[in-house]
Design a binder for this molecule. Structure first.
Ligand code: CU
Length: 158
């Protein structure tokens, strides 16, 4: 009799654990990692440059790389030119119309800020101040003809 009760308790415990185990497995599944705003907003931007696109993929027109910064933040821009051509990184004024192809000498007023040109296979670090007005800004390479193939987005948050 005693053994039967013990067996029943063992069975019930096993069933209970099995049931709990089934439901407990869901919370342990990897949750979607939503980075907090503080994790996203850095004071340093690392930008890879290629011929002729920013970032890792040659699809800047359809899928421009996005860099998020805080309005008015003093930023360090680390440019890594992995290409065989010179490249730059320039912030276009909000809602400005960018001619295609972009020619640097013809439209200097379009830009809020631009880096110096980085020579092939060279790196450069520059400082700039993020725009003070929140919003999305187009970033372009100002070397003649590289825009629109070479572009990104600077998202400025308050
Ligand atoms: Cu370029």
């Amino acid at each position: 009799m005693y053994r039967k009760i013990v067996n029943s308790l063992v069975l019930m415990t096993a069933l209970f654990l099995a049931a709990c185990g089934g439901s407990a497995s869901e919370p342990t599944a990897t949750p979607a990692q939503q980075p907090s705003a503080q994790e996203v907003i850095a004071t340093t931007l690392d930008v890879a440059m290629h011929d002729i696109y920013f970032g890792n993929n040659n699809d800047n027109i359809n899928n421009p790389p996005v860099w998020t910064v805080k309005a008015g933040q003093e930023m360090t821009l680390n440019l890594d030119n992995q290409g065989g051509l010179e490249h730059s990184w320039a912030i276009v004024k909000k809602d400005a119309e960018i001619p295609i192809p972009y020619l640097p000498e013809s439209n200097p007023d379009l830009l809020l800020w631009q880096s110096n040109n980085v020579q092939p296979a060279k790196q450069a670090a520059e400082a700039f101040t993020a725009p003070t007005v929140a919003g999305e800004y187009v970033v372009i390479c100002t070397v003649a003809g590289h825009y629109p193939a070479m572009q990104g987005r600077l998202v400025v948050v308050q």
